[in-house]
Design a protein around this ligand. Structure first.
Ligand SMILES: Cc1ncc(COP(=O)(O)O)c(C=O)c1O
Length: 463
């Protein structure tokens, strides 16, 4: 049983954490270097010792990847991971449960159901909310759009888009996640069905513009279906006015989806949850466990307050699957995009059970405090902050900064991993997001000091 190995995994993970924290963050490697290495060692003609291969792969992962669990990885939201979630993924790989049907994996299905129901309650969704683990936020967003279309157009499932008398329209801002562009293509509605609503200077959806666009589209014969509010935009951490959007959608009979892939975890925090007010009125919600819940990829979640619409959307029945189980159960292959299903939810369940809600609140609020510290330190050091969010994400610049060159230097000197982003139609700026519960004040002070040194050296060279 793995129980006997927990201490060993704990010790391996602790050593790795410290090695990563004291090592480089950004690799310098070319595709050619990796390909010739693989080509020279792995032609698969002869068996190799598993110990040797494991050691070799681990060496490659240590040398040839951005270390997203490094405390100075201030990147796109790839978190450091809890020990419990690593153990959970090991257990899942060992037992390989199949969650397509309830009957095949009753324990796993009920563990997922229990975990999802707990989080649905935190969001303020009603009992009986349909929920499933997904591979990530993109799949959850896809689920939302398919279910919304199925509910809005009863013919969509059988006869597809050609049965619709008007073209569907979905409203979001430029700051919404780009997965919706793929979703628009995949669902057949086309990218032009995405109607871009203006944002204010704070990058939040402008309600007046939304109302104007919906009215205009109706006049022009389109069929407005859905509004997507983002709770924590990827680029800048902006939170759309969820309560107002919910009210508008209710009045206009539109589906209200909240993409809280990253920001959703803030619902646990007494300090932050007020910023998500209105999320309880959503028709559907995307929230990723593999972002701010700090578990390994891929673990997204999809919640929908209309279980009937979900069941209608994903219904399936074949003789080769075990028959439907009688009783208050669902077979996940009939209520979600996936068919065969990995036991995705165990990593969230185990981590929640180990840390408890209070442990999670502490982790999330620690990161929010580190975000505040980063923001204050950067501003004090003379940088200009260009975003405004309660979440731990800082976008900044300074006059004359060549963002690309600055980031290249940052990587070269292994100071930190940050990225470049454009907010609205603005010029590129630097984006730094606290994604690790291990980031400490000393990391932040050091990074801001080193950034200052870098800029000073650059201006000396240019002088
Ligand atoms: C707001 C938002 N929605 C959706 C996604 C897509 O999530 P995933 O990468 O888990 O598919 C992201 C990813 O960063 C995101 O930030």
């Amino acid at each position: 049983m793995l129980t006997h190995g927990v201490d060993q995994i704990r010790s391996v993970v602790a050593t790795l954490e410290s090695d990563i924290a004291n090592g480089p963050i950004v690799p310098t490697v070319t595709p050619h270097e990796i390909r010739s290495y693989l080509g020279s060692r792995y032609d698969f003609t002869k068996p190799m010792a598993l110990d040797d291969v494991t050691a070799d792969v681990e060496r490659m992962m240590r040398r040839w990847q951005v270390q997203v669990t490094h405390p100075r990885y201030f990147g796109l939201f790839n978190p450091s991971v809890t020990l419990a979630s690593v153990i959970a993924d090991t257990l899942v790989a060992m037992y390989n449960p199949q969650l397509a049907t309830w009957r095949t994996s009753p324990a796993a299905n009920e563990i997922e159901r229990h975990t999802l129901a707990w989080l649905a309650g935190k969001f303020g969704l009603p009992a009986g909310t349909a929920a499933s683990f997904t591979t990530g936020g993109a799949e959850a967003n896809l689920s939302a759009v398919i279910v919304a279309l199925t509910r809005a157009f009863p013919g969509y499932g059988e006869d597809g888009l050609r049965s619709l008398s008007a073209s569907p329209a979905i409203y979001l801002t430029r700051e919404a996640h780009d997965s919706f562009n793929k979703v628009a293509h995949m669902t057949g509605i086309g990218r032009r069905a995405l109607r871009t609503v203006a944002t204010g200077r704070d990058l939040k959806m402008d309600l007046e513009d939304l109302a104007r666009r919906v009215a205009e589209d109706r006049r022009n014969g389109l069929a407005p279906v859905m509004v997507i509010g983002t709770a924590g935009t990827t680029a800048a951490g902006a939170i759309d006015p969820l309560r107002d959007l919910a009210r508008f959608c209710r009045l206009e009979k539109l589906w209200f989806h909240v993409d809280a892939a990253w920001g959703g975890a803030a619902i646990l925090s007494p300090r932050l949850r007020g910023h998500l007010a209105g999320i309880d009125a959503a028709d559907s919600i995307t929230c990723d466990a593999h972002k701010w819940f700090s578990v390994p990829m891929g673990a997204g979640m999809f919640f929908c307050r209309h279980p009937d619409a979900v069941a209608e959307t994903f219904r399936a029945q074949t003789s080769y699957m075990p028959g439907k189980t009688a009783g208050p159960f669902v077979d996940p292959y009939t209520t979600s995009v996936q068919w065969s299903r990995r036991f995705i939810g165990l990593k969230l369940f185990l981590a929640l059970a180990e840390h408890g809600e209070s442990g999670y609140v502490e982790m999330i609020e620690h990161q929010a405090r580190m975000g505040d510290l980063l923001r204050e330190s950067i501003a004090r050091a003379g940088w200009r902050i260009v975003n405004n969010t309660p979440l731990p994400l800082v976008c900044f610049t300074r006059d004359g900064l060549a963002t690309g060159r600055f980031l290249a230097e940052l990587y070269e000197r292994q100071i930190a991993w940050m990225s470049e982003v454009r907010l609205g139609a603005g010029a590129p700026v630097v984006r730094a997001c606290i994604t690790s519960f291990r980031t400490n004040p000393s990391d932040i002070e050091w990074v801001v000091r080193e950034m200052g040194r870098l800029v000073a050296e650059e201006s000396e060279v240019n002088a």
